[in-house]
Write a protein that binds this ligand. Structure first.
Ligand code: ZN
Length: 200
């Protein structure tokens, strides 16, 4: 790529690190931003700063939150005896839109995929076990992981890891688009898959 002034090449490098963005797209973004009023750039950069400064990880379920415990972990209206294990924080908002679930969550932080470095140690399995130890009131753990090869492998792995705790372990009913992450499931199918969950 030809040499640009440093502020341009720095931002191109920053955008290039985003998933699915190559250097050409990154350069297009930067040139687009250069055409915007300076005040808009201020708003954009402030939004980025706020992300870094104000967003924390909930120490109980590991979703993103402003403040300490997230709204769901804090709420007394949520059922305390059921825990839904999801891959990423985005899956919580997907499940919440179905309005079919009113329990608690645990964000695993990924699913098993050794080639991409997602080994059991990279997932929050220890934290999940600690939570089950700490919370005997949790009677059921739903493994709401995607219907992909890696999702299936993770379900089998967790089923074994959690067997010791003697809780009901369930998984989503079939019927979701195979091979896709939960965010691509429509609300009705996902709601049905939650309600029709199968005990393992
Ligand atoms: Zn939380």
């Amino acid at each position: 790529m030809r040499k640009f002034p440093e502020p341009i090449s720095n931002l191109v490098a920053a955008f290039s690190r985003l998933p699915g963005v190559g250097p050409k797209t990154a350069l297009r973004y930067v040139f687009y931003l250069l055409k915007q009023p300076k005040a808009d750039l201020q708003i954009f950069s402030q939004a980025l700063l706020n992300l870094g400064e104000r967003i924390n990880v909930c120490p109980s379920c590991f979703t993103y939150t402003e403040g300490q415990l997230c709204d769901i972990c804090q709420s007394s209206k949520r059922e305390q005896n059921i825990l839904c294990v999801v891959e990423e924080p985005r899956d919580i908002s997907t499940i919440e839109t179905t309005e079919s679930y009113n329990g608690l969550y645990h964000v695993l932080g990924g699913i098993l995929n050794p080639i991409e470095g997602m080994t059991p140690d990279a997932l929050r399995v220890r934290e999940l076990k600690e939570r089950l130890e700490r919370c005997p009131e949790i009677a059921e753990v739903i493994l709401a992981l995607p219907p992909t090869i890696h999702g299936e492998t993770t379900i089998m792995f967790l089923q074994k890891e959690l067997a010791f705790f003697n809780r009901v372990i369930s998984r989503l009913a079939r019927g979701l688009p195979v091979g896709a992450t939960l965010e691509f499931a429509d609300e009705i199918s996902l709601g049905d898959a939650l309600k029709g969950r199968k005990k393992l």
